[in-house]
Each structure stands twice: as C-alpha cells, then as structure tokens.
Design a protein around this ligand. Structure first.
Ligand code: PFF
Length: 513
C-alpha cells in the first residue's frame, strides 16, 4: 500500500509544531524554570535545544523519510544497513551498559529491567529502542491527560465564574473524584481525534488556533508586564546566576528540551516518514524549534512577572500548580477577566489535545503496522481503544496520587522498591521524571549513535536537503549537523547521565584544573 505524504511543507511544519507546542511549553516550562533557578535553567535549556534538540530532530526526520516505515522497523532496518557491522555490537554493548549503570545506581529492582534490556538488545537489536519509545509515549499520555483534566476543570470554572472563588488548586487535585470526570473527558477527546483520524480537522484548526494562542499570550504578557514589580519576574527569567548551575539543572533542561520538542518518542520519525523529497529537513526542523521555543519563552514572560507581582519570589517554586494558581488571579485583575480566562484555557486545551493525539497516534500506528506484519488485522478503532484503555487505567493512578500517595500506598511500596531514589514525590512526579528525563534522552542517545556512528553522517547530510537544493550553499550547516550528531549530542547526553547518577563527579574534575 502506498504511504501517504504531507500536502505541503507548511502542513508538515504545522502538524509537527502542533505536537511540539502544548502543555510542555505553557504549563511545564514555567514551573521547571521556577524550580530550577530561573535564567540559568533557561540558558542551559536554549543550549540543549540548539546543540542537541535540533540535531536530534533532524536525525529523527531523516530516519523517517529515508526508511518510510514505523519506528520499530525503521530502527532495525537502519541497523541492518549499517556500513560497519562491528558498530552494531559496540553500540548494543554501550546502550545496555548505560542502562545497567543507570539502574544500578538507582535501585536494585531495576537491575532486573536492565537484564531484560540486555537480553532484548542482543536479540532484537535497536528495534527495542522503537518499542521503548512507543511504550514511553503511552506512559507520558497517561499523566499528560491528567493535566489536560485540570484544564477542562478550569474552563468549567471560567464559564461558571468560579475561577477565584472555587476550591484552591491544591484542594482540587487532592480529591480524585473531582478530577476523574474531567480526566475521562480529556482522554475521550484525544481518543475521538485519533480515532477519526481527522487530519483535516486538526490541520485546519491548528492554522486558526495556534496563531490565536500566540496572540492571546501577547495580550496576557501585556497585562502581566504592567503589574507592579513585574520587572523582577523578567529578570528572574532571563538573568542567569552562577550558583544555580548544577548537573541536576542540566538533566532537567535536557529532559525538558526533548519533551517540549516531542523528541525521543518517534513522533518526528513517524511524521518524517510521510515527508516528500521536496522538503528541506533543516528548514522544517528549524521552524518547529523556533516556534516551540518562542511559545515557551512567551509563556514564561506571561507568567513570571505576574507571579512576582502577585505572590512574590517565593511563588515561583509552586511546581505543577504554578499556572493554575497564578493565572486565575491575573485574569481576575483584568478587564473582562473571565472572557480572557475562557479563551486562554480553551486554547490551552486545544494545544494539549493536538499533542496528546500525537502520543496516542504513535502507539496506535505501531500496533496496527506490527499486527499487519504478523498477517493479523487490527482495525484502527481497536488499536485506539487498546491505547485508550491502557492509558486511562494508568492515568487513574496518577489522578489518585497527584496530591500524595495516601490513596494508593501499595503502588508507592512497589514503586519505591523498584525505582529506589528515583521516586521522589508522587506517582505523577515519578512517571514524569522517569519518562521525560531518562527515557527520552536515552532513545535520543541511541538515535544519534545510529545516525552518527553506525551510518556515516557526512554521507547522510545531503539527504537533509530538498531535491535540487544547492549543497554548497548549505555546506556549513550540513557540516555542523554532522559534528553535532557525531560528537556533541552523544557526549553531552552521556555526561549528563553519568553526572546525575553520581558515577562521575564533573564538578570535582573541573576543580582539578
Ligand atoms: N511536546 C509536547 C508538549 O510540549 O506539550 C508534549 C509531547 C507531545 C511530548 C508528544 C512528546 C510527544 F511525543
């Protein structure tokens, strides 16, 4: 069966930006900045985007476009095509070694998983990275949808004019029965979008609503910046301080960059597989990266001045509740506040649904194509239903634990045994930390190893261009990409991993000089 292609470059960029721009930019980025030292985090984040995120995104799109198949098959084909067969063994050893080291450093329970990973890598090779990202995508969806549920609740509150008078955010998330209905509404919305495969609907809506989201953010920034004491917030966002740099900040920034650009989860591979040769990958990835970073920085500019003005400097460490606690108060201080609130939360809901749909889509496509390969037919609706049920069940745990573990103590016991000190905080925090800060960079690490070492990036680089593009004109960009993919990205990811697990103390090493 012939594979479909994107109608136009713009369609592709919008779809990829639709997946990238979501809660990661407007909800997660500001609270991560708040918890990890403000401007220093932003600086490391920007470096991660340029030096690691964009090269990885180009590599993923390139794998997709060259292989024209789902991520699992693409990874194993890529490995078979490797022009240095010995590299396969070396890479497998390196990947499994890393998994083992990391898990060993954290908990003995996870050593079992490492053993499984070694077995899987040796038997199935790099296809296993494809499986990891498919599963991680569904796991992320299970907690992403909980935040989606909060948004549904806040839309309802704006409509009923109880935004600032209703129960506080903390009270709301600690009563699972209140969150559950909105959670199911959000998951159902995501399911419907993916089930219907309403590409035209999403694409068309993206074209109207994404610009609207940006305009709305600009309006909120206008209000936020004119509140008293707002400049302190701007300083916090853009002024790095030396003391705030640490391995943890680097790991968090790296994880956030991957999460925000939707990397390490096969989205760019899948979307790239529908890309035509007429499209220039460098340009497309650049546009998605710029739009995504702009959205995150604008969200920061909308939120921090208001936080400093309303809650003072201590407000910035409010964690996941940052936008839900502060923005309602900003809207309250605005003319026509409830109207802006409805618009804002509806846009946010839309941004969240386009991203969560891409997560579910990723799992559904893999299920369908793998079943077809085994000569079994799995209809799209069934694949979506399986993904939907799995994520919803997993999401119940997140709903039950967002305030504390008291509702599910048995899950806490098992998780702590299995993951050791990785489980700081609730199930929500654990899943978020494990999936975005460890699994995504790990899959990205495998991707750059394959592209940078098993293949030859210098030979591959021209494939990033569109048919008929002048190679000379892009030579410096292509060389930079080869260098980043081969050296900078893998070494940086490895260093961040090693230093965070405590296996290597880079601070001490630097102090030696
Ligand atoms: N990038 C999305 C966001 O910033 O909200 C979240 C996301 C979507 C992550 C899709 C990963 C993914 F595959």
């Amino acid at each position: 069966m012939a594979r479909e292609n994107w109608g136009s470059s713009l369609g592709f960029i919008l779809a990829a930006a639709g997946s990238a721009i979501g809660l990661g930019n407007i909800w997660k980025f500001p609270y991560m900045v708040g918890e990890n030292g403000g401007g220093s985090f932003v600086l490391v984040y920007l470096l991660c985007i340029v030096l690691i995120g964009l090269p990885v995104m180009c590599s993923e799109m390139l794998i997709g476009r060259s292989m024209k198949r789902n991520v699992i098959n693409a990874m194993s084909k890529l490995e078979q095509l490797s022009h240095r067969p010995i590299m396969r063994t070396i890479l497998c050893l390196l990947a499994t070694g890393l998994v083992t080291l990391f898990f060993y450093a954290h908990a003995c329970g996870l050593v079992i998983l490492s053993a499984l990973a070694i077995w899987a890598f040796s038997k199935k090779g790099f296809a296993i990275a494809g499986w990891i990202c498919t599963i991680v995508a569904l796991v992320i969806l299970s907690y992403y949808a909980v935040v989606g549920a909060w948004i549904v609740e806040y839309i309802w509150r704006s409509l009923s004019n109880t935004l600032t008078t209703g129960s506080s955010f903390g009270e709301y998330i600690s009563s699972p029965w209140h969150v559950l209905p909105s959670f199911i509404i959000f998951m159902t919305l995501t399911g419907i979008v993916v089930w219907g495969g309403i590409q035209k609907g999403i694409e068309l809506a993206s074209k109207i609503l994404m610009p609207a989201l940006f305009i709305l953010l600009l309006i909120i920034i206008g209000r936020s910046l004119t509140l008293p004491g707002a400049m302190e917030g701007v300083k916090f966002l853009f002024k790095p301080t030396m003391e705030a740099f640490s391995p943890k900040v680097c790991l968090m920034a790296l994880g956030q960059a991957f999460f925000s650009l939707s990397l390490g989860m096969a989205i760019a591979v899948t979307y790239g597989s529908y890309m035509k040769r007429k499209q220039n990958i460098l340009r497309s990835a650049g546009c998605v990266g710029i739009l995504d970073t702009l959205a995150a920085l604008l969200a920061g500019l909308a939120i921090f001045p208001a936080v400093f003005s309303i809650a003072g400097p201590s407000g910035v460490t409010a964690g996941p509740g940052l936008i839900f606690g502060v923005l309602p108060q900003v809207f309250n201080a605005m003319f026509w506040g409830p109207v802006w609130a409805i618009c804002f939360f509806t846009m946010l809901l839309f941004a969240a649904v386009t991203s969560s749909a891409s997560l579910l889509e990723c799992g559904a496509t893999v299920f369908i194509e793998r079943m077809r390969q085994g000569h079994k037919r799995l209809s799209r609706s069934k694949a979506v239903l399986f993904g939907f049920i799995g994520c919803t069940l997993l999401g119940f745990l997140t709903v039950a634990s967002t305030a504390d573990w008291s509702n599910i103590p048995w899950v806490e016991k098992i998780t702590r045994w299995f993951m050791g000190d990785l489980t700081q905080g609730t199930w929500f925090d654990t899943v978020d930390n494990f999936a975005s800060n460890w699994c995504l960079p790990f899959v990205a690490f495998i991707t750059v190893l394959l592209v940078g070492w098993a293949w030859n990036p210098r030979k591959l680089a021209p494939k990033l261009l569109a048919e008929g593009d002048d190679i000379q004109r892009y030579a410096w960009l292509l060389n930079t990409w080869s260098f980043l993919v081969r050296w900078v990205a893998p070494i940086a990811i490895l260093c961040v991993f090693l230093s965070f697990t405590g296996l290597v103390n880079f601070e001490k090493i630097f102090n030696l000089f």
